[in-house]
Structures are given as structure tokens and as C-alpha cells.
Unconditional design. Structure first.
Lengths: 264, 264
């Protein structure tokens, strides 16, 4: 396991903590730290440094892009042993220099726990509305796609994508994953009173995979594509065949699951 | 009717239009125009001037404070007769210099219609959450009041306030209304999966009335006050007796009703 070296073990005198994090991705550059730009990791590491009084790295379960939200991102950090779960939870929140990030929980975990490598499933929600006039209040929260969408057709077509496939057609050109093969456990399309919700679950996803799913499923919803068209696109293993990359601001990381731990 | 003079009649060659408006009140100074500060009325009047190519006043059904949201504010304006409902709806939205305001509908109305004086009922929603850690995503949308609230006690106490009363105890010190007497038609407290919703309906409200209701009802919800305490506060006609003014950012203007018109 080259990626998971001994350096990933929590050092003596420290306690590894799993934290869950909610954030509003609007005006953030995404999860990953960037010098002089507001990132979730950057804000959290600044807060952790204040709490622990030493440089403290935050390991996320996965990156999210600029604009993407999370209701339950997961991450781990190592803190001096005198800090317990409550001290970490309350301390990080009190040192965070923005209210657009909240630490929701902190839990002591084993010294070899790793937020990224141990994650067994990620869950995402993609929100679409169909209003003629986009919502002002939800403008950074929901993708407004004007006009009625056939959500039953979208859901049925989505089932074609379930299982283990080469998802090259739904992968960002800059995706750094070693393999385009992923196993998709859920891709459901449901309608609420006012919105359409796409929910996706998998051990891991390719870069832009869910936003590319959303863009392609909307083509099915408008009747431009049939389920067979979607199957053909999947089989083509060619990004240029699929639909548009739907906007980041309607995507939410909603869960990260670990073995022997409750859902975060 | 001194307030409703002949100058409130739509001039010849013009058509009066009733519009409904959604807005995100965050970082706006409220409904009313203020020089050099972002207001809903100011943005709408700028858009209307672009659309009509002349100075155009927007008359709102009521003012909302800085930070307060609306899902259906109402207002009227007079436009040259060649502009129909669709031209007003699409034109205002296309000229609006912010997406935090959306015009949801435009409807031709009688020349003597008045958005403020003809309104028969205003409806508001106040959202409260009880999370230990406030939501990052909803931080400008919901009042986070940590700890469980007894919503049944809140609802029962709220019923004391229904009807015609002198609401001086729930009136902002700067309130400019001629009389502190109002008739409250609804004040309900309900619990959703994740929030507490206070809904209020009346022909009109005093300044801060609903936010003062919310602050006082929370005292009932925590057990600090009984329903009898609330009755005593109402009878005192003294602002210093009531609870805090709850934050603006959790208040939504949700409806304005007119006679012979469907709810806006």
C-alpha cells in the first residue's frame, strides 16, 4: 500500500480525530487548500493550528470543487492527547474564521484510521428546479433548468449506470484517478414538491462524475435522449458523447461511510 | 383618504402592473431605497427605468428590514401601455443587476389599484432551528436557537395573541405606525423534521412585531415563560416587558393578499 505509508499513523502523544463538516461552497475555491484563496481545508487547518498551537494537517475524505456544498464531509486530524472530542468540536468551531463552515462532530478513532483511504462509500445529492423564473433565495443552492423534466424516464435511464463500469464518458478531462472504472451503488431520481433530487452512492467517484450524470440525465428528462442513448454514451467511453457538466452549486456531499462506524 | 390621493391613479397611456418578488435579504439594506446602498426597491426601480426608459417608482406592499427575505413580496408600478405582462416580467428580470432578486409574476391591474393600501393580508414565516452547532449552509436563513423548544407550549401561548389588541409590547421603539392596535389572524408554531416554523397572518403588522413575537415565544419554548406570562406582557403594553427581537435573517414575507385577486 504505497499510498498509505507509516507516516499516516498517528504519532505518540496525539489522538486521531474524525470530524464531520458542513459547508456552503459559495465563494470558496473548494475543499483543497490554495495559497491566498478561501478553501475549506485552509480554514480548517487555520482553526486547527489555533486549537493545537502547532501546524496541523486536515485529511479530507475527498475533494469537492469550487461552489460544491457539503452537509457531511469527513476528515481526520491528529491532536495533542489532552484535547478530547468535545474540545476538538467546540474549539475548531470557535476558531473558524467563517460561519460558512461548521464542524458537526468529532470522534476519537484508531491511530491508523484514514478519512480518505478507509471511506467505503460517498453519498451525494444534486438538486434541480424547473422554475420559469429562477429562485433568488436558492440561486447558489439549486440548478434551475427551466421546463418540465420527465423524472420517471430519468430514474429508469439512471439504472443503466448502476454497477461496475468504465465511466470515461462521465469523467472530467483533468481527472487524476488511475482508473476510469468505478462501481456505482445508487443513482436515483426523485421529485419533491418543488425540486428534482438526484442521489448517488459509490465507494468513490471520478472528477465531475455526478455533475456529468446530472447533465446527461437532464437530456433524458427533456426527451432529447432515451435510456438507450445513455447506454450508448456509457459504452462509448468518450467524454464528448455525454451531456454538459451540470453546475457545481447544486451538488452536495451528504455522507461518507466507514466500516465499523456509523454514517458520519 | 389623505394617503390615497389622485396622484395614486395610473396616468393615461400607462398600465398599472402588480408584480410579485422573491428576494434573498442577505447583504441588502431591506426593501426601501437608500442612496448608495443595495435595496430591493432600488434594484427594481433601476431595472424598471431600463425597461421603460423613464424614472419609474415601485410601490411595495410593505417594507422589509435589512436581512429579511421574501418569497412573495408584492408591489405595483405604472408602465407604458405597449408593455404587456410578459414584457414586464421578462424585462424586469433581464435588467435586474442582481440575481438575489427575482420578479416572479406581473399582472395588469386597475388604474386605482395600490399594492400597499389595497393589501388585505400579509403572511410571514419565521424559521428556527435548535442545533447544537449552527448550520453553515442555512446561516443566513434560519435562527439557530440551541436547545430543545416546547413547540406545543409555544403554539398554545401564541393563541393568546390572536385577535384585535394593542401590541405596544411587541412594537419597535422606532415604529412609525399611527396606532399600536392590530388584528392578528394567525400565529401558529409547528415543527418540521429539522426546524420550527412560526407563521403569522394579519392585515398589517407593526415594525418588528413578528420578530418580537418570535423572541417572546422562544421564552415560552424554553420554559422561562408560561402562557400567562405572555398574556401579562401583552396587557402591559410596554416593549421592555417582551422578549428579544429575534434576528432578521430568519424572517420571510411569504404572501400578500388583495380583494378579488388570487394570493400573490
Amino acid at each position: 500500500m504505497s499510498e498509505r505509508s507509516v507516516s499516516h499513523i498517528c504519532p505518540d502523544g496525539y489522538q486521531r480525530m474524525l470530524i464531520t463538516i458542513e459547508y456552503d461552497g459559495h465563494q470558496l475555491v473548494g475543499w483543497q487548500s490554495q495559497e491566498n484563496n478561501p478553501s475549506v481545508q485552509g480554514f480548517l487547518e487555520a482553526a486547527a493550528k489555533k486549537l493545537t498551537t502547532e501546524p496541523t494537517f486536515i485529511y479530507g475524505a475527498g475533494r469537492t470543487d469550487a461552489g460544491v456544498h457539503a452537509t457531511a464531509q469527513a476528515a481526520h486530524l491528529d491532536v495533542p492527547k489532552h484535547l478530547d472530542e468535545r474540545a476538538v468540536l467546540m474549539g475548531l468551531n470557535s476558531w473558524l474564521q467563517t460561519k460558512q463552515i461548521s464542524v458537526l462532530s468529532a470522534r476519537a478513532v484508531a491511530a491508523d484510521f484514514h478519512a480518505r483511504f478507509d471511506a467505503r462509500e460517498r453519498g451525494y445529492l444534486y438538486r434541480i428546479s424547473e422554475r420559469m423564473i429562477p429562485s433568488a433565495i436558492e440561486r447558489h443552492r439549486v440548478w434551475n433548468h427551466r421546463g418540465d423534466l420527465d423524472t420517471r424516464a430519468m430514474h429508469e435511464a439512471a439504472q443503466i449506470l448502476i454497477g461496475k463500469h468504465d465511466f470515461s464518458s462521465f469523467r472530467a478531462t483533468g481527472c487524476q484517478a488511475a482508473s476510469p472504472i468505478r462501481t456505482l451503488d445508487e443513482l436515483s431520481v426523485t421529485r419533491t414538491d418543488t425540486e428534482i433530487h438526484i442521489r448517488a452512492r459509490a465507494r468513490s467517484f471520478l472528477h465531475h462524475q455526478i455533475r456529468n450524470f446530472a447533465g446527461s440525465l437532464v437530456r433524458v428528462g427533456t426527451g432529447k435522449w432515451t435510456a438507450q442513448d445513455l447506454a450508448r454514451v456509457l459504452a462509448a467511453k468518450d467524454r464528448t458523447q455525454a451531456g454538459q457538466t451540470a453546475p457545481a452549486h447544486a451538488l452536495y456531499l451528504t455522507s461518507v461511510r466507514y466500516p465499523d462506524l456509523a454514517e458520519t
